[in-house]
Write a protein that binds this ligand. Structure first.
Ligand SMILES: [Zn+2]
Length: 368
């Protein structure tokens, strides 16, 4: 198998959703810088993400919505009508200078990723994972839905057994809309209960296509290991996937401000390592993640895990410089703790596997 490919772009480095938005922070650029500093990225395994053309986005998105998104970028303003029809120019989905080009680049990257694994392989597009995007409007910071577009690309190649795994703290409502009732795409989502978008209840099967596991706050690493062993891995394996698409959002870790889940990043890396073995094609995407240090460190560790690189216990001073240069417009950002600056790995968060989780896992396991 060819070695893994990293898809990135410099468009993410200086573009933000505005200074008050959770996505005011740099994310993909930090991952690129850390991977380069660690010697894990070079011209051989890096591809520049193309910006998707509107016609490619029409596979999932309505042409009039894409027109409205492009027009909003050009005008840098929206009418009240566009705001209410397409959810553009809202607090969640603001008008910003690259509001078409940036998500279209993430989508272009995920579709390129799908193409690159046509004959097998591993591709990582950390800018992808915008799983809330809907056919005809923006939703939850997501203007487009690149996981859906990537899966549609795989289906168009003739693949007919694809597993989509989503370990973001939020439910993948946009992906579930796209593949409701599909017998070709199996969706497995683990997300915090009673959190926006409030979809993905345990009993929601999306016409048989989905396994939804809402989890209680303070989810620990031992509980995540149980979820992996009892649900994610067997439900993936039982589908005999030709391809796996993993949405590896970084917002279920303890230090993320937008969830109450408390995993360490080793949980995510363990999921990546285990899923990598279960299909000949593996496309790994990013997703949420709103603490600049947590996201950068977690997603850099994902790239190491995909390649089998050793993650050092302590970063050299040159690499630490990248983390020391980050800023965050929140109180926790004023005095970042040492481990945000000198290591990629979080301290593990061990704990008991709670009875309610065991029961929910048992219930879902009966459907595998
Ligand atoms: Zn999320």
């Amino acid at each position: 198998m060819n070695s893994p490919i990293f898809i990135g772009s410099e468009i993410y480095r200086h573009s933000t959703y505005g200074s008050k938005h959770p996505l005011a922070i740099p994310r993909v650029s930090t991952v690129i810088d850390l991977c380069r500093a660690l010697g894990w990225l070079d011209a051989g395994n890096y591809r520049v993400s193309p910006c998707a053309k509107p016609s490619a986005l029409h596979r999932f998105h309505r042409p009039e919505y894409i027109d409205a998104l492009q027009a909003a970028e050009t005008a840098q303003a929206v009418s009240d009508d566009v705001r209410s029809t397409y959810a553009l120019g809202t607090l969640s989905n603001p008008v910003f200078p690259e509001m078409y080009r940036r998500p279209a680049t993430a989508a272009g990257g995920s579709m390129l990723g799908a193409e690159l694994i046509r004959d097998g392989g591993i591709v990582y597009n950390p800018a992808g994972g915008t799983h809330h995007g809907l056919p005809d409007r923006a939703n939850g910071f997501c203007y487009l839905n690149d996981p859906v577009l990537a899966i549609m690309t795989l289906l168009q190649m003739g693949l007919d057994r694809i597993v989509y795994v989503d370990i973001d703290a939020h439910h993948c409502d946009g992906v579930e809309v796209a593949f409701h009732g599909s017998d070709k795409v199996r969706m497995i989502s683990v997300h915090e209960t009673r959190r926006w978008p409030f979809t993905g209840r345990l009993e929601d099967e999306a016409g048989g296509a989905a396994f939804n596991l809402p989890v209680a706050r303070n989810l620990n690493d031992d509980e995540f290991a149980a979820i992996l062993e009892q649900l994610v891995l067997p439900a993936t394996q039982a589908f005999s996937p030709q391809a796996i698409v993993l949405q590896c959002g970084a917002d279920a870790v303890a230090e993320d401000p937008l969830s109450r889940l408390t995993l360490s990043n080793s949980s995510h890396w363990n999921a990546v390592a285990a899923l990598k073995e279960l299909a000949p094609r593996f496309l790994v995407l990013g997703g949420g993640g709103y603490n600049p240090w947590s996201v950068g460190r977690l997603w850099t560790g994902v790239w190491a895990t995909l390649n089998g690189f050793d993650i050092p216990d302590r970063l050299d001073m040159g690499t630490q410089t990248i983390l020391r240069a980050l800023t965050w417009n929140r109180s926790a950002g004023r005095k970042p703790p040492a481990h945000w600056l000198d290591t990629l790995r979080d301290a593990p968060n061990f704990g008991p596997v709670r009875e309610e989780l065991s029961q929910d896992l048992h219930r879902l396991a009966a459907r595998i």
